[in-house]
Design a protein around this ligand. Structure first.
Ligand code: NAP
Ligand code: ZN
Length: 334
């Protein structure tokens, strides 16, 4: 079967129409007709080969929501017509200790939807059905798409950093990931402080439930050292010592955005008050389902700008220059 898609044909290139052949599906696969697909900053990193693992032509797109139109004969939990979401992960071994403990995202055989295979900027995508999740009816497709990567990434990172409720959480960067992190933290009963470099986002963050906002943080700011957890969603080199100093004793700085340069700091900054630095990739299958349920219950939805597929390059440009508010979503239904 031939699939119409959008691809970057070389490193950093604009998207162009591209057609490829989908192979016969295996017994656990499902074929999804794409309705919507979010644009995550990781798609841009992949287009630009920032991580040295891109293969061209590259069809980006790993915040996929669509309808199941075909399934393999071993698929039990889905039927034709179901509306499902697929995130970064396309498959895993499902046999190793991590997979058996519900941490499929930590499996060393995990495969990314857009790594060495084609993603969701397309009319159809084929994946292992065990990585396709039913979307609750109350979440419309354009709102569900960003939950599949941005949503699960921040939810899982905050949970593994120890977020429960009654805490004070810091969020660095109010982009696709950051504005969902703010909602998960606040709607689950935490106070939230936002750090942003964009003036207009300060008011937006307060309206979305933040208790306070630090615009353009600098070392001259008053030190509050009040935060239990800080999540960094920014892919840039910031003053990490400043953020460690904002943590309470036993506080955790967790990274989901990856700064280009290594971090260098005196261990004493962590040791004196038993602080931690950690980093977190996407989320496992059980946590994806928990996250979707919570999002539906608490109405944790992204703020989206919707683009037709013909406008995909414009949307990518807006993500690149940080003028998107707050997640670009491509609609493939027309
Ligand atoms: P995004 O929508 O572009 O948001 C990134 C935000 O970072 C921007 O909105 C901006 O926030 C801030 N920012 C950007 N450049 C900056 C700079 N030079 N200095 C200071 N702040 C800057 O991106 P996203 O889709 O949320 O993704 C964020 C990062 O997470 C990406 O690197 C992506 O690859 C990564 N990611 C990781 C995982 C994982 O599994 N760990 C999953 C998905 C994405 P303000 O305007 O508020 O300052
Ligand atoms: Zn992503």
């Amino acid at each position: 079967m031939k699939v119409n898609a959008l691809a970057s044909k070389t490193k950093g290139a604009s998207l162009e129409n591209f057609e490829y052949e989908i192979k016969e599906h295996s017994s656990f696969d499902c074929l999804i007709q794409v309705e919507t697909c979010g644009i995550c900053h990781s798609d841009i990193h992949m287009i630009d080969n920032d991580w040295g693992m891109s293969r061209y032509p590259l069809v980006p797109g790993h915040e996929i929501v669509g309808r199941v139109v075909d399934i393999g004969n071993e698929v039990q939990h889905l039927k034709i017509g179901d509306r499902v979401g697929v995130g970064w992960q396309a498959s895993a071994c499902l046999e190793c200790e991590e997979c058996l403990n519900g941490k499929e995202n930590l499996c060393n055989k995990n495969v990314g939807v857009i790594v060495g295979r084609h993603g969701g900027f397309a009319k159809y995508v084929q994946v292992d059905s065990r990585f396709a999740f039913k979307i609750p009816d109350s979440i419309e497709s354009n709102k569900a798409s960003p939950l599949m990567c941005a949503g699960i990434t921040v939810y899982s990172a905050l949970r593994y950093a120890g977020m429960s409720s009654g805490q004070h959480i810091g969020i660095i960067g109010i982009g696709g990931l950051g504005h969902l992190a703010l909602q998960f933290a606040q709607k689950l009963g935490n106070k939230v402080t936002v750090f942003t470099t964009s003036k207009d986002k300060a008011e937006f963050a307060l309206n979305l439930g933040a208790s306070d906002v630090v615009l353009n943080p600098t070392p001259k700011d008053k030190l509050n050292s009040k935060l239990n957890i800080i999540i960094n969603t920014v892919p840039a080199d910031l003053d990490w010592k400043y953020f460690i100093n904002q943590l309470k004793p036993d506080g955790t700085l967790t990274f989901v955005g990856v700064p280009p340069k290594p971090i260098s700091l005196p261990i004493g900054m962590l040791l004196d008050q038993r602080k931690r630095i950690m980093a977190s990739p996407i989320g496992g299958r059980a946590m994806i389902q928990e996250m979707l349920k919570l999002a539906a219950e608490h109405e944790i939805f992204p703020v989206t700008e919707i683009f037709d597929k013909e406008e995909a390059n414009l949307a990518i440009e807006k993500v690149r220059n940080n003028t998107i508010r707050y997640r670009a979503v491509l609609d493939f239904r027309k």
